[in-house]
Ligand binder design. Structure first.
Ligand code: MG
Ligand code: MG
Length: 252
Protein backbone atom coordinates (compact mmCIF):
# COMPACT_ATOMS: atom_id res chain seq x y z
CA UNK A 1 0.00 0.00 0.00
CA UNK A 2 1.31 3.43 -0.93
CA UNK A 3 2.07 5.71 1.96
CA UNK A 4 1.17 9.35 1.80
CA UNK A 5 4.15 11.72 1.73
CA UNK A 6 4.49 13.28 5.13
CA UNK A 7 5.57 16.69 6.31
CA UNK A 8 9.17 16.66 7.44
CA UNK A 9 10.59 18.89 10.15
CA UNK A 10 14.01 20.37 9.47
CA UNK A 11 16.69 20.58 12.16
CA UNK A 12 18.15 23.94 13.25
CA UNK A 13 21.22 23.20 11.12
CA UNK A 14 19.08 22.41 8.11
CA UNK A 15 17.15 25.65 8.55
CA UNK A 16 20.48 27.51 8.49
CA UNK A 17 21.41 25.66 5.29
CA UNK A 18 18.14 26.67 3.62
CA UNK A 19 18.69 30.23 4.86
CA UNK A 20 22.13 30.22 3.19
CA UNK A 21 20.44 29.17 -0.07
CA UNK A 22 17.80 31.83 0.57
CA UNK A 23 20.44 34.54 1.06
CA UNK A 24 21.81 33.86 -2.43
CA UNK A 25 18.27 33.92 -3.80
CA UNK A 26 17.42 37.20 -2.08
CA UNK A 27 20.53 38.86 -3.49
CA UNK A 28 19.65 37.47 -6.93
CA UNK A 29 16.09 38.79 -6.79
CA UNK A 30 17.26 42.21 -5.57
CA UNK A 31 19.71 42.30 -8.46
CA UNK A 32 17.19 41.46 -11.20
CA UNK A 33 14.52 43.67 -9.61
CA UNK A 34 16.94 46.60 -9.88
CA UNK A 35 17.64 45.72 -13.52
CA UNK A 36 13.95 45.42 -14.47
CA UNK A 37 13.80 48.74 -16.34
CA UNK A 38 12.11 49.91 -19.54
CA UNK A 39 13.68 48.24 -22.59
CA UNK A 40 15.35 45.37 -20.70
CA UNK A 41 14.29 41.93 -21.93
CA UNK A 42 13.17 39.19 -19.60
CA UNK A 43 15.83 36.96 -21.21
CA UNK A 44 18.48 39.45 -20.08
CA UNK A 45 17.16 39.26 -16.50
CA UNK A 46 17.31 35.48 -16.73
CA UNK A 47 20.94 35.58 -17.83
CA UNK A 48 21.86 37.92 -14.96
CA UNK A 49 20.17 35.59 -12.48
CA UNK A 50 21.86 32.45 -13.78
CA UNK A 51 25.32 34.03 -13.76
CA UNK A 52 24.85 35.45 -10.28
CA UNK A 53 23.66 32.16 -8.76
CA UNK A 54 26.58 30.28 -10.33
CA UNK A 55 29.02 32.90 -9.03
CA UNK A 56 27.81 32.06 -5.52
CA UNK A 57 28.29 28.31 -5.99
CA UNK A 58 24.61 27.54 -6.41
CA UNK A 59 22.40 26.40 -9.24
CA UNK A 60 18.96 27.52 -10.33
CA UNK A 61 16.22 25.25 -9.02
CA UNK A 62 13.89 25.87 -11.95
CA UNK A 63 16.06 25.04 -14.97
CA UNK A 64 15.26 21.50 -16.09
CA UNK A 65 12.44 21.14 -13.57
CA UNK A 66 9.83 19.18 -15.56
CA UNK A 67 11.69 20.50 -18.60
CA UNK A 68 11.43 24.20 -17.68
CA UNK A 69 14.01 26.04 -19.84
CA UNK A 70 15.15 28.99 -17.69
CA UNK A 71 16.49 30.13 -14.31
CA UNK A 72 13.70 32.58 -13.52
CA UNK A 73 10.08 32.93 -14.45
CA UNK A 74 9.03 36.40 -15.65
CA UNK A 75 5.28 36.97 -15.72
CA UNK A 76 4.13 40.35 -17.03
CA UNK A 77 0.85 42.13 -16.19
CA UNK A 78 -2.01 39.61 -16.69
CA UNK A 79 0.48 36.74 -16.54
CA UNK A 80 0.40 35.24 -13.06
CA UNK A 81 3.30 32.78 -12.93
CA UNK A 82 5.62 30.57 -15.02
CA UNK A 83 6.25 33.07 -17.82
CA UNK A 84 9.28 31.93 -19.81
CA UNK A 85 11.93 34.66 -20.27
CA UNK A 86 12.23 35.75 -23.89
CA UNK A 87 12.93 38.81 -26.05
CA UNK A 88 10.00 40.76 -24.60
CA UNK A 89 11.34 44.18 -23.62
CA UNK A 90 9.79 45.64 -20.47
CA UNK A 91 7.54 48.66 -21.04
CA UNK A 92 6.71 51.68 -18.95
CA UNK A 93 3.80 50.78 -16.67
CA UNK A 94 4.35 47.01 -16.70
CA UNK A 95 4.34 45.00 -13.53
CA UNK A 96 6.80 42.11 -13.71
CA UNK A 97 6.49 39.09 -11.42
CA UNK A 98 9.94 37.54 -11.02
CA UNK A 99 10.18 34.09 -9.42
CA UNK A 100 13.39 32.16 -8.82
CA UNK A 101 14.70 29.19 -6.89
CA UNK A 102 18.23 28.38 -5.73
CA UNK A 103 19.85 25.08 -4.83
CA UNK A 104 22.89 25.51 -2.56
CA UNK A 105 24.59 22.50 -0.97
CA UNK A 106 21.52 20.45 -1.88
CA UNK A 107 19.01 22.78 -0.19
CA UNK A 108 16.32 24.62 -2.11
CA UNK A 109 14.91 28.09 -1.52
CA UNK A 110 12.05 29.66 -3.46
CA UNK A 111 10.93 33.30 -3.56
CA UNK A 112 9.25 35.82 -5.84
CA UNK A 113 8.32 39.45 -6.08
CA UNK A 114 6.46 41.75 -8.43
CA UNK A 115 8.25 44.92 -9.48
CA UNK A 116 6.97 48.10 -11.12
CA UNK A 117 8.57 49.09 -14.43
CA UNK A 118 8.85 52.88 -14.50
CA UNK A 119 5.68 54.71 -13.53
CA UNK A 120 2.77 52.35 -12.98
CA UNK A 121 -0.98 52.93 -12.64
CA UNK A 122 -2.49 53.55 -9.19
CA UNK A 123 -4.39 50.26 -9.45
CA UNK A 124 -1.11 48.43 -10.06
CA UNK A 125 0.51 50.10 -7.07
CA UNK A 126 -2.42 49.07 -4.90
CA UNK A 127 -2.31 45.49 -6.21
CA UNK A 128 1.38 45.19 -5.34
CA UNK A 129 0.76 46.62 -1.87
CA UNK A 130 -2.19 44.32 -1.13
CA UNK A 131 -0.34 41.23 -2.38
CA UNK A 132 2.70 42.09 -0.25
CA UNK A 133 0.46 42.62 2.79
CA UNK A 134 -1.31 39.31 2.18
CA UNK A 135 2.07 37.54 2.17
CA UNK A 136 2.98 39.25 5.46
CA UNK A 137 -0.33 38.08 6.96
CA UNK A 138 0.31 34.53 5.77
CA UNK A 139 3.81 34.57 7.23
CA UNK A 140 2.50 35.81 10.59
CA UNK A 141 0.24 32.74 10.71
CA UNK A 142 3.17 30.37 10.01
CA UNK A 143 3.48 29.32 13.65
CA UNK A 144 3.91 25.75 14.90
CA UNK A 145 0.53 24.49 16.13
CA UNK A 146 -1.40 26.57 13.61
CA UNK A 147 -2.72 24.86 10.49
CA UNK A 148 -2.30 25.32 6.76
CA UNK A 149 -5.87 26.63 6.76
CA UNK A 150 -4.86 29.43 9.14
CA UNK A 151 -2.26 30.63 6.63
CA UNK A 152 -4.67 30.50 3.69
CA UNK A 153 -7.35 32.26 5.66
CA UNK A 154 -4.95 35.03 6.67
CA UNK A 155 -3.88 35.59 3.05
CA UNK A 156 -7.41 35.46 1.67
CA UNK A 157 -8.78 37.85 4.30
CA UNK A 158 -6.37 40.60 3.24
CA UNK A 159 -7.00 40.01 -0.47
CA UNK A 160 -10.79 39.76 -0.25
CA UNK A 161 -10.86 42.81 2.02
CA UNK A 162 -9.24 44.80 -0.78
CA UNK A 163 -11.77 43.53 -3.32
CA UNK A 164 -9.25 41.33 -5.15
CA UNK A 165 -9.13 37.56 -5.77
CA UNK A 166 -6.63 34.88 -4.81
CA UNK A 167 -5.71 32.34 -7.47
CA UNK A 168 -6.97 28.93 -6.38
CA UNK A 169 -5.50 26.71 -9.10
CA UNK A 170 -1.92 27.24 -7.84
CA UNK A 171 -0.69 26.91 -4.27
CA UNK A 172 2.34 27.24 -2.00
CA UNK A 173 4.26 24.17 -0.87
CA UNK A 174 6.78 22.57 1.43
CA UNK A 175 10.45 23.25 0.57
CA UNK A 176 13.63 21.38 1.47
CA UNK A 177 15.79 18.95 -0.49
CA UNK A 178 13.10 19.21 -3.16
CA UNK A 179 11.38 22.34 -4.43
CA UNK A 180 7.92 20.90 -3.90
CA UNK A 181 7.35 18.94 -0.71
CA UNK A 182 4.32 18.36 1.48
CA UNK A 183 2.15 20.11 2.45
CA UNK A 184 0.36 22.12 -0.21
CA UNK A 185 -0.33 25.65 1.04
CA UNK A 186 -3.39 27.22 -0.62
CA UNK A 187 -3.93 30.98 -0.44
CA UNK A 188 -7.43 30.41 0.91
CA UNK A 189 -8.72 28.29 3.73
CA UNK A 190 -10.71 27.78 6.86
CA UNK A 191 -9.09 28.58 10.21
CA UNK A 192 -8.05 25.39 12.01
CA UNK A 193 -8.51 23.24 8.90
CA UNK A 194 -5.82 21.28 7.06
CA UNK A 195 -2.52 19.84 8.29
CA UNK A 196 -1.04 21.19 11.53
CA UNK A 197 2.25 23.06 11.13
CA UNK A 198 5.03 21.25 12.95
CA UNK A 199 8.09 22.96 14.41
CA UNK A 200 10.84 23.00 11.77
CA UNK A 201 8.44 22.79 8.84
CA UNK A 202 9.62 24.89 5.86
CA UNK A 203 7.06 26.14 3.36
CA UNK A 204 6.88 28.56 0.47
CA UNK A 205 4.00 30.97 1.06
CA UNK A 206 3.12 32.62 -2.23
CA UNK A 207 -0.05 34.61 -2.73
CA UNK A 208 -0.99 35.07 -6.39
CA UNK A 209 -3.54 37.87 -6.49
CA UNK A 210 -5.70 39.21 -9.30
CA UNK A 211 -7.68 42.41 -9.72
CA UNK A 212 -10.46 40.41 -11.42
CA UNK A 213 -11.59 36.81 -11.12
CA UNK A 214 -9.50 33.93 -9.79
CA UNK A 215 -9.90 31.90 -12.99
CA UNK A 216 -6.68 31.10 -14.87
CA UNK A 217 -5.69 30.06 -18.39
CA UNK A 218 -2.49 28.29 -19.48
CA UNK A 219 -0.79 29.46 -22.68
CA UNK A 220 0.05 27.22 -25.64
CA UNK A 221 3.71 27.13 -24.44
CA UNK A 222 2.43 24.82 -21.70
CA UNK A 223 3.86 27.01 -18.94
CA UNK A 224 2.63 30.58 -18.78
CA UNK A 225 -0.41 30.92 -16.53
CA UNK A 226 -2.47 34.10 -16.99
CA UNK A 227 -5.72 35.43 -15.63
CA UNK A 228 -8.63 34.16 -17.73
CA UNK A 229 -10.13 37.67 -17.81
CA UNK A 230 -6.80 39.38 -18.62
CA UNK A 231 -6.92 41.33 -15.34
CA UNK A 232 -3.65 42.31 -13.67
CA UNK A 233 -1.96 39.86 -11.31
CA UNK A 234 0.84 40.04 -8.74
CA UNK A 235 2.88 37.42 -6.88
CA UNK A 236 5.04 37.64 -3.78
CA UNK A 237 6.70 34.63 -2.15
CA UNK A 238 8.99 33.79 0.74
CA UNK A 239 10.36 30.50 2.03
CA UNK A 240 9.45 30.44 5.72
CA UNK A 241 10.08 28.09 8.66
CA UNK A 242 7.68 27.52 11.54
CA UNK A 243 9.93 27.65 14.63
CA UNK A 244 9.43 27.76 18.39
CA UNK A 245 10.20 31.48 18.20
CA UNK A 246 7.59 32.02 15.48
CA UNK A 247 7.95 32.43 11.72
CA UNK A 248 11.53 32.59 10.38
CA UNK A 249 11.80 34.00 6.85
CA UNK A 250 14.60 32.09 5.11
CA UNK A 251 14.62 34.28 1.97
CA UNK A 252 14.68 37.68 3.72
MG1 MG B 1 8.61 30.50 -6.53
MG1 MG C 1 6.95 28.32 -4.89
Amino acid sequence: MATKPRMQAKTAGELDAIAASGAVLRECLDLIAAEAKVGVTTAALDEIAEEFIRSRGGTGAFKGYHGYPATITASINEQIVHGIPDDYALREGDIASLDCGVVLDGWVSDAALTVPVGQIADESTRLLQVTRESLEAGIAACVAGNTVGDIGHAVETVVAGAGYSVVRALVGHGVGRAMHEEPQVPNYGVPGAGPTLIEGLVIAIEPMVTVGSHEVATASDGWTVSTADDSLSAHFEHTVAATAEGPRILTA
